[in-house]
Every structure is written in C-alpha cells, then in structure tokens.
Ligand binder design. Structure first.
Ligand code: KG4
Ligand code: ZN
Length: 343
C-alpha cells in the first residue's frame, strides 16, 4: 500500500510517500522560516498563501523522487488538525481534491498522533505500549500509547508549551525567530550553574507541566542584569544554558515519573523540542540508569514533516479502509487527541 502524505498545519509545507512494503520512499519539505522571520513569529495568513504556492510543486517532487505515479497510490493523507485553520485548509482541499481526481480515499490525519507515531518510521523502534513525551511549539504532553488510536493523556502543560518556553526565552535573550534551536545553540556556548532558575512543578505531585513561571524568572533576571548595561555575550550564553537546563530537568523528571506511574519501560520523544540535544542526552543517560529505553524519530522527523503524515495515513487506512469512502474536507484547528479511537 503506497500513501501520499501532506502536512500544512503551521509553517512547513511537507509532502512524503510511504510504502508499506518498502518503507519511506521520499520526503520533501519547504520551510517558511525566512517568510516569518521579519515578524518574529508565524503570520497565519502568510503561512496559508505560501502553502498554496509551494504545495503542488512539492507533491510533484515527492512523487518523482519516489518513482511513483498517482495510479500506484492507495490514498492521500493530509493533516486535518490541530493547527492554523487557513494553513490546514490548504492541505485539506488540495489533498481531498487530488484524492477525488485520482479516485482514491483521502485520509484526515491528527497532527499529534502523527508526531506520536513518527518513531515507528525508524529501524530502532518501540513496540506498544509506551509512554510518549510530546513537546512541540503548541503542546507539551505525556501520553500513554497502548496502541494505534489508544491514547491516554497522563499530563500536560497548564500554560506555555515547552517549545514556547524555548521560543519566548530566546526572544528575551535577543535571539532571532525561530528561537528554540537558536537558544539551544547559544546554550551550547555557555556554562550552566551560574544562575538559578526554578524547575516548574517538578516538586509538585502529578505529571502536569507549567513553564510560564520559568519564563518570568528569566525576564526578571535579564532585566536585573541589564540595569548594569547591555548583557555580555558570555552572560547571555550562561543564561541560555541555565534556562535550557531548567526546561530539560523538568521534562526528564516528569518523563521518568510517567514511566514509573505506568510501569512501561519505553519512552518515545516526539515534537520539535525532541530535536534538542541536551534533552536527548540527559534522557538517554537517565533512562539507561533506571533500566528504560528512549526512542526518537530522526531529528528532521521531530519537527513537522510529511513522512509522519503519510505513515499515519497508511496505518489508519489499513485499520479501517471503509471509514474513508465518503468525500469530506476536514480542517479542525482544535482536535483533542483523546477523541481518536483505534485498534
Ligand atoms: O513540532 P514542531 O516542529 O511544530 C509544532 O507542531 O509546534 O515544534 C516546533 C517547536 C518550536 O517551538 C521550536 O522552537 C522548537 O520546537 N524546537 C526546539 C529545537 N528545535 C525546534 N527547541 C529546542 N531545541 C531545539 N533544538
Ligand atoms: Zn508539530
């Protein structure tokens, strides 16, 4: 079964071809970073317009790179939500239009489910059940994944997402958009231990997160230090290192607690913040100490991509082909993960 996957939920236009017999055949991505950089964040209308410009050429490129023609496809999967509604509508209408024209089913995919399953694209992959730490720009969740579509939310952020904490921290340190990777880079040049930041909710029982207090602590520290003049480069790097360390300690502490609470030994890390090297190293070290195993999608599949959409579309189509027989364009800006059902 060969499935085309389309991702347009935010600021990446991405298309991929997944083949159940041969694995991932191609994946193409166009990032809108340069479009949004002058504005310091994603501008929804510009995102939609850019998806319109880039999507069909990317579909052609992904098919050509895979050596696949439309007649080989069993379905077209597209991200139906959650995300920016205008951006979602571009992928949904193009996906459904192509599927109709080619006479095959269109499969609406939940973006967060796709992130959860992205690690299954790798050779070294987890088996159900596992715990997933899903940390992106819009979400921070700990999820028990019992099987396809069998998700139980164990904990979530009460305010900012982990990616947002990185992005807002980056802004406070004067770094350009997109902030997360920039802050991580700066932190790599600094030494941690000079500034004390809170580990939000790490002492509190339960598995929820909260990052807005940490962001406020950084804002106050920056203001205090700036009273004596502009920050020196080494000060900014040390602030970044300690701020990143506080986020990483919190995510690692809660992840270990989620494994203990469920009795599962496998942790899957997904979403853009999963690309963070400090987080990956600390989780690997901590889990090898406690007898668990951590799995990651390859770095480029931690952030938004078409491969995870094509793969999830394939798994959904295989599970319930009859569910996709009618033509319907779905774009759901809000779509709770727990509404999904499955195997
Ligand atoms: O999953 P994703 O690509 O998009 C959403 O669905 O949100 O995640 C994007 C988020 C952004 O907040 C970005 O700053 C963060 O992931 N991010 C990182 C790194 N790479 C991306 N945060 C920390 N370190 C990184 N290396
Ligand atoms: Zn995402």
């Amino acid at each position: 079964m060969i499935v085309l996957g389309i991702e347009t939920s935010c600021d990446e236009t991405a298309v991929a071809v997944y083949d159940s017999a041969r694995g991932l055949r191609s994946h193409c991505l166009y990032s809108q970073v340069a479009t949004h950089a002058p504005f310091g964040g994603v501008v929804p209308e510009l995102a939609s317009r850019d998806h319109i410009r880039k999507l069909l050429p990317l579909v052609d490129a992904a098919l050509a790179r895979a050596g696949v023609v439309p007649g080989d496809l069993a379905g077209v999967a597209y991200t139906a939500g959650p995300g920016l509604v205008g951006a979602l509508l571009v992928g949904a209408t193009v996906g459904v239009g192509l599927a109709m024209g080619w006479g095959i089913p269109a499969v609406p995919v939940h973006h967060m489910e796709a992130h959860l399953l992205a690690a299954l694209l790798e050779d070294d992959q987890p088996t159900f059940p596992f715990v997933a730490l899903l940390v992106s720009g819009g979400h921070s969740l700990l999820v028990e994944v019992a099987g396809l579509g069998r998700y139980r939310i164990l904990g979530e952020t009460l305010d900012d997402a982990a990616g947002e904490a990185f992005d807002k921290g980056a802004k406070l340190l004067g770094l350009p958009y997109p902030g997360g990777p920039e802050l991580a880079k700066l932190a790599g040049c600094g030494r941690s231990g000079r500034y004390r930041f809170p580990r939000p909710m790490l002492k509190a029982p339960g598995l929820d997160f909260s990052f807005s207090g940490l962001k406020t602590a950084l804002a106050l520290k920056v203001r205090e230090l700036e009273a004596a003049g502009p920050l020196a480069d080494d000060t900014r790097a040390d602030l970044a290192a300690d701020y990143q360390q506080a986020i990483v300690d919190t995510l690692v502490g809660k992840s270990v607690r989620a494994l203990d609470a469920t009795g599962h030994r496998q942790l899957v890390v997904a979403g853009g913040v999963g690309a963070n090297r400090a987080l990956r190293e600390q989780l690997r070290a901590e889990l090898s100490r406690t007898g668990g195993t951590v799995y990651y999608p390859r770095t480029e599949f931690c952030t938004d991509n078409g491969a995870m959409i094509a793969f999830t579309g394939y798994r959904r189509l295989e599970l319930a082909p009859a569910a996709y027989s009618s033509v319907r364009v779905e774009a759901r800006p809000r779509w709770p993960l727990e509404e999904l059902t499955g195997s």
